[in-house]
Structures are given as C-alpha cells and as structure tokens.
Unconditional design. Structure first.
Length: 103
C-alpha cells in the first residue's frame, strides 16, 4: 500500500511538471499560456486576465478535456482572440481555439 501511494504521488508530480503557465504582457493586453492543460488552469487564467486582455497566445499539446472546456468558455465569454505559438493540439484545438473570436 505504501508503494501505491508513492507511485500515485509521483505520477501526479510528473503530470503537473508540464502544467500550463499563464502570464500577461503588453500591460495585460496579451495573456500567454504555455504547457499542458490540467485541473486548476482556469483559476490561473482568471488571475492573469484583465479588463484590457484582448488576445491569448497559446502553446499547448492539449490536456484534460473538462478543464479545456472551461477555459474555452472563459475565452469565449471575454471575446478574446487567439494566436498559436508552435502548437495547439488535442484539447487546445478542440476547445480553446474555436472559442476565440479571431484566429
């Protein structure tokens, strides 16, 4: 049982190692998202977004579907445009990309 708990903790740590990072640039006008979509990313997004935010720049291979759907709703509700840096695949392409106004 002790080994199972260890491996579950290790798996959680590894999966969050590539978790998306959010930052804002250009006085809050641009939100940058880099990494895999994991639970809790919508909270990080809400901390980064401002009333001035117009664009989200993404670089993501995808991730958790439910969280991506929530992020997509937040992007859509704020009428953000999206720009892709290198990759937007899987959940990113299915939920974030179509939610934006301009691509």
């Amino acid at each position: 049982m002790r080994y199972i708990k260890f491996f579950l903790a290790l798996a959680a740590a590894i999966s969050n190692a590539n978790a998306a990072e959010f930052s804002s640039t250009e006085n809050g006008r641009v939100i940058n998202m880099v990494g895999s979509i994991v639970e809790g990313d919508s909270v990080k997004f809400l901390k980064a977004v401002t009333m001035r935010s117009k664009v989200i720049k993404v670089q993501s291979g995808g991730g958790e579907t439910d969280e991506a759907m929530h992020l997509g709703r937040l992007i859509h509700d704020r009428n953000l445009d999206i720009e892709v840096n290198e990759i937007c695949a899987s959940s990113c392409a299915n939920y974030l990309f179509p939610a934006a106004v301009k691509k």
